[in-house]
Structure formats: C-alpha cells, structure tokens
Design a protein around this ligand. Structure first.
Ligand code: COA
Length: 251
C-alpha cells in the first residue's frame, strides 16, 4: 500500500482499491471480519458478491486500522438505522468518519476527521431503464441538463447525476429512504451546487479524479474548505496495523 500522509482536520483521504484479491489477500481479509460481517457474508447467495463483500470490508478494516493504530479485527463497527456504517465505542471517540462504495472491480473509500462525508463510485456502463429512472429520481433541472447531452454522452451524464445524488444520501446516511428528485445537483454550474430543501446549504459536491471507465463523487459539508487527497491501495502490500500511530481521540 502506498504510504499515507497523516489524516488531519481539513483533509479528506480517498483510497481506490481493486476488488480482485489474490487468494493470499483474501485470507487476510477473511481473518479480520467480525461475526456480524460473517453473518452478512452467509446471507449473500451469489459467491462472487460474497467474495467482493469480504474484500471490501477487509480493506475497510485495514484502512481504518492504519488511522487508529489498532488491529483491524479489533475494530467495532455499527450501522445507522438506514445502514450507514460507523465506528462504535470505544473507536468512535476518534471522530473518524468514513464512507465507501464499489462498482465493477473497484472500491473507493473516503475518510475525514470531525465531519460526515459520502462517496459514490459508478463504472461507466449501459444503464437499464435509464430514462425511466431519470424521470422518477432526477430533479426537473437535472432532467433538462440530461436531455441536452449528446446521445453518446447520455449514460455518462446519467451516471454522473446518479453518483452525485448517492454521495449526498450517503453523507446524510439516509440511503434511498429520501425522495431522490428533491436532491438536485446543478451540473451546469461550476462548482455544481447542491439544493435539497430539507438540508439546504449543508452539502457540496466534489467530482473526484477517477480511473478510466469510472466516475466518482464526494459529498462534503459545504462550509468547510476541505482538500481531497487521492491514494491507491495495492492489496498485496497492505501494511500491518502498527504502520502508523493512532489518532488522538476527539479531534
Ligand atoms: C445502499 C446504498 C446507500 C448504496 O448502494 P449501492 O450504490 O448499491 O452500493 P455502494 O457500493 O455504492 O455502497 C455500498 C456501501 O454503502 C454504505 N451504506 C449502506 N447504507 C448506507 C447509508 N444509509 N448511508 C451511507 N452509507 C451507506 C455501506 O458501507 C455499503 O457497504 P457495505 O455493504 O460494505 O456495508 C443505496 O443508496 C442504494 O441501495 N442504492 C441503489 C443503487 C441503484 O439502484 N443504482 C441503480 C442506478 S445506477
């Protein structure tokens, strides 16, 4: 794994990681999952989806362990009512927030101290029922913007709208329980402004530098001047947990 600079307030770390783990890496990920996570693995019927979950969660634990200076298997994770994962006590005292997403063969993780954030990743691909999904979930402004795109860019534009909305709902932790058409991201403005009546002015969107064939967006608190730093995880070189000292609590 690339050496990570220290995570300080004002900085957001973004990590991209491939999900096609070598068998030896898979064993390392399997070894750090909790009994709750293993229960989830057992409920996933598709073996490939189960393997992806193991790698995604194993990587999450290894990354969190770097920041917290603790063994990945010792960390306790919990879930919000709509499924947002978070660190549970005693690890929550560090105020380390994170969000993750996967698509295709890639996962993306975002970490920050002291404030929530949301990240979403989409592989560029044909979207089944895209027009119907856009009518149902996109704001009037987003629909107008989408219709103005050249046909060869339509799917990319659709996925851009989608990934930005998902990033916002992940930051809030609501998942898809909120009406997505109420969240509007003005892709025709630079930077794209987020409007959402129930969260007015709280969030901003940052499109992330992403590998070819993928789109990624980060939702951040609007009032904070935050700089995302992008890194790559090479699974085979995951460091041991002691590679970096712990964060002091409560920053
Ligand atoms: C669950 C949801 C938050 C994200 O789902 P997704 O896009 O399928 O999956 P992603 O890989 O981007 O994100 C999964 C991660 O989101 C996180 N997550 C789940 N619920 C969350 C919530 N309420 N708030 C924040 N994060 C959440 C979890 O960390 C999860 O990873 P895990 O399974 O290891 O716990 C939700 O928005 C959803 O179901 N989206 C449907 C996507 C869809 O229909 N796409 C079609 C059009 S492209």
């Amino acid at each position: 794994m690339e050496e990570a600079p220290e995570l300080t307030p004002g900085v957001v770390h973004v990590w991209y990681a491939g999900l096609t783990a070598h068998p030896s890496e898979l064993v390392r990920h399997e070894a750090v999952l909790s009994s709750d996570e293993w229960s989830r693995v057992r409920r996933i019927r598709d073996p490939e989806a189960a393997r992806r979950f193991v790698v995604r969660r194993g990587l999450l634990r290894h990354l969190l362990a770097r920041y917290l200076g603790a063994p990945p298997q010792a960390l306790v994770l919990c879930q919000g009512r709509q499924g947002k994962p978070a660190l549970a006590r005693p690890w929550s005292q560090h105020n380390l927030h994170f969000s993750l997403s996967d698509s295709g063969d890639l996962a993306v993780y975002a970490f920050a101290i002291g404030h929530p954030l949301g990240v979403d990743l989409e592989r560029l691909r044909p979207v089944a029922r895209g027009i119907a999904l856009a009518r149902r979930h996109f704001s009037p402004g987003e629909q107008t913007w989408l219709q103005a795109q050249p046909p060869e860019r339509w799917e990319e534009a659709f996925l851009r709208c989608w990934t930005c909305k998902e990033a916002v709902v992940k930051a809030v932790g609501s998942g898809l329980t909120v009406p997505l058409q109420e969240i509007s991201v003005a892709h025709w403005e630079d930077p794209p402004r987020v409007t959402w009546p129930s969260q007015e002015g709280r969030w901003r969107i940052q499109l992330l530098e992403s590998p070819p064939g993928y789109l990624a967006a980060l939702a951040l608190p609007a009032e904070r001047p935050l700089t995302p730093q992008v890194h790559w995880v090479e699974g085979a070189s995951l460091p041991e947990f002691s590679a970096q000292g712990p964060l002091p609590p409560g920053r």
